[in-house]
Design a protein around this ligand. Sequence first.
Ligand code: SAM
Length: 281
Amino acid sequence: MLWLWIVLGILLVAAILYWQLVIAEGSYLGPRVVALLYDWAAPTYERIKGFDPETEQWFLGLPLAMALERIPDPFVLDVGTGTGRLPRALCFQPGFRGQVVGVDLSRRMLAQAVHLLRPYADRVTLIWQDARALPFPDNTFDAVTSLEMLEFTPNPRAVLEEMVRVLRPGGVLLVTHRVGRDAPLLPGRAFSRQKFVDMLGKLPLENIRTQYWQVDYDLVWARKTGRPVGGGVRPLAEVLRCPDCGQTGMAEMGEAYRCRRCGRVYPVAPDGVVEMVRGSR
Ligand SMILES: C[S@@+](CC[C@H](N)C(=O)[O-])C[C@H]1O[C@@H](n2cnc3c(N)ncnc32)[C@H](O)[C@@H]1O
């Protein structure tokens, strides 16, 4: 009888590990674990996902470029950019002449992004930073996007708030909403369609529209309320906000950015990634 209990125990542990590490991708174990798992997966991520460039254009690049067509040089933030899927789809669009900033917590995913975004290197900046504290002031970007990331953060609602904070009035929000078979296995991370829309409705957003997209994800579009003002690309040094002291505006020092108030230095790695998580005095 003892062997039966041992087998059941092993099966239970295997099921818990599968749930925590494969389905939830470490999200209940904290952002560091999520980033570590993505660091391991980075070299094979694109192969596993098998993105079809034409589908990516049709559902992501083209509609986003069209939503931004009134702004001559839109400034776009992609949160949890991974290997640069969204910046690639957007920069490929002939009608898009703006700049994209991509933020991610996995350094190796960003290293892959650097490689894959080489044709658009002058239009994309990559930042190594946690989405829970976006290093930008309020009302900065014309569009904020986040694909397949929210459910891997400890508090998706707070991350949404953070994304809306840095979006300027009139700007476009494009996020994915986790649905499908595994969604019920992600309590507190994935929500019913109605609950997700209600959550967005409590933020300063209007024209919230859900679009069925993939088996596991809907696309959700919205606009930030308020009168549109300004818009367009701004120099990174002008909009970088120090995660340590909250000061906006940094001195550009070639291979680093230095906070003008607290003096903290944020290095720029040889591959061009701004390493906010490695800030030091
Ligand atoms: C499934 S991938 C999606 C990547 C890309 N958006 C795409 O659609 O291919 C999730 C990404 O979110 C990133 N991520 C997870 N939690 C994060 C956090 N707290 N801050 C920043 N990035 C995070 C991971 O490192 C990973 O690159």
